[in-house]
Design a protein around this ligand. Structure first.
Ligand code: ZN
Length: 341
C-alpha cells in the first residue's frame, strides 16, 4: 500500500496557493491529485431519516453496509486507489471484520463519529465522549491508530469550531469536515477551499476541505455524494478539472456506501427526502468508476505529508480564519430533511 500511495503522492498537491508540483520537480502541467474518501455508514443512519429511524432501533434494520463496502473496495482495486475510510464507531463495534478487511486491502482508516449526530447539536463534552468512543472502537477493531476525522453531515461550522480543539486533544492530525460552501445545514462559505492548517488551543490540525470549484460565477460543491449523483456529470467533471488543473488544488472526494445500492430498503420519508436520497442511485457506481479512472489519486496521509513540506504553510488560528459566532443551536433548529449530503 505505502508504495502505491507514495508513488501517487509524488505527483502533485497544493496548499496556500503554493505550486507543489513544480517544487517537486514535476511537470508544470501536472494536475493536483484527488483523494478518495468513504463515509462508512448505512442507509438508515443518515441525518435525513432521523425523524423516522430512532438510534436505539438501528439494530433492527437489515444491514447493507458490508456488501456495499466490498463493492467499493473492488472499485478501488480496479483503479489502484488507496482510500480514506471514515468509519462510524457504531458500525466498527458491530462489524470489526469489515474494519479489518478495509485495512487489509491497503486502505487508511478514519473516524466518522459514533452516533452520526451533527456536532453543532452537541455540547463539547458530548462530542468528546462520542469521539473517544468511536476512535477506540475503530482502533480496537483495526489494531492501528486513527488520526483522520470527518464530521457527520460536515457539521463543523462557525458554531462548532470548538470541535477542532477536541479533535486535536483526542489525537487527530487532520480533519475533513469544513465544507467551504453555502448550505442550509453545513458549510463555512469563506473557509479556504484548499488544504490548510488550523491552530487551536490544543495544537494545530490539517483541514482537507471537500472539493469545490468556481462554476457559474460562484463556488460550487463537486466533491461527490449527492452532488455527484444529482448534478449533471459533465458539470462535476468540469469543476474537478478547474480545481485540479486550473487552480492546481487537490480534490477531496467522498461517497457513502448506500449511494451505490439501488436495492436498499425504501423508507417512508417525505417526497423531497426520497428524491434526494434515492434519486440516481443506479448510476452512481458508473459515475464513480469514471471519476476514479480519470483523476490521479494519492492517499490522505500522503497529501498531508506533502502539505507539511510546503513552505509558508503556517497554522492559521481557526477563529480568525473562520470568524466563528459564539452562539450554538440555531443551525440545529433547522430541519435536515432532504439536504444534499
Ligand atoms: Zn455520514
Amino acid at each position: 500500500m505505502s508504495a502505491r500511495s507514495e508513488e501517487r503522492a509524488g505527483g502533485a498537491a497544493a496548499v496556500d496557493g503554493a505550486d507543489i508540483p513544480r517544487a517537486l520537480g514535476a511537470s508544470a502541467a501536472a494536475p493536483a491529485p484527488a483523494v478518495f474518501t468513504v463515509d462508512v455508514e448505512d442507509y438508515y443512519q443518515v441525518a435525513a431519516f432521523r425523524s423516522l429511524v430512532r438510534r436505539r432501533d438501528w439494530d433492527w434494520y437489515p444491514s447493507r453496509v458490508e456488501g456495499n463496502v466490498a463493492r467499493l473496495l473492488d472499485l478501488c482495486d480496479e483503479h489502484d486507489i488507496v482510500g480514506m475510510w471514515f468509519i462510524l464507531g457504531w458500525e466498527a463495534e458491530r462489524r470489526p471484520e469489515m474494519v479489518r478487511r478495509i485495512a487489509a486491502r491497503g486502505h487508511e482508516l478514519g473516524c466518522h463519529s459514533y452516533w452520526h449526530r451533527e456536532i453543532y447539536n452537541l455540547a463539547p463534552e458530548e462530542f468528546r465522549e462520542d469521539t473517544r468512543r468511536a476512535k477506540a472502537a475503530i482502533e480496537d477493531a483495526a489494531g492501528r491508530a486513527v488520526v483522520g476525522y470527518r464530521a457527520p453531515s460536515f457539521s463543523i461550522t462557525k458554531r462548532s469550531l470548538w470541535a477542532l480543539d477536541i479533535l486535536v486533544e483526542c489525537g487527530f492530525t487532520f480533519d475533513s469536515s469544513i465544507f467551504p460552501v453555502r448550505h442550509p445545514n453545513y458549510g463555512i462559505p469563506d473557509a479556504p477551499h484548499y488544504p490548510h492548517r488550523l491552530r487551536t488551543a490544543s495544537g494545530s490540525i490539517w483541514e482537507l476541505p471537500p472539493a469545490t470549484a468556481p462554476l457559474c460565477g460562484r463556488r460550487v460543491a463537486v466533491a461527490g455524494g449527492g452532488y455527484l449523483r444529482q448534478f449533471p456529470f459533465s458539470f462535476v467533471r468540469a469543476g474537478l478539472d478547474r480545481l485540479t488543473r486550473g487552480e492546481r488544488h487537490p480534490a477531496v472526494l467522498y461517497v457513502h456506501p448506500w449511494e451505490i445500492d439501488p436495492g436498499q430498503p425504501r423508507l417512508a420519508a417525505g417526497w423531497l427526502t426520497r428524491q434526494r436520497h434515492y434519486r440516481s442511485l443506479g448510476r452512481m457506481s458508473g459515475r464513480l468508476a469514471t471519476l476514479l479512472g480519470a483523476l490521479q489519486f494519492c492517499s490522505a496521509s500522503a497529501l498531508v505529508r506533502e502539505c507539511r513540506k510546503t513552505p509558508g504553510a503556517a497554522a492559521m488560528p481557526a477563529e480568525a480564519t473562520h470568524r466563528p459566532e459564539p452562539a450554538r443551536g440555531a443551525e440545529g433548529a433547522q430541519g435536515v430533511a432532504g439536504s444534499i449530503e
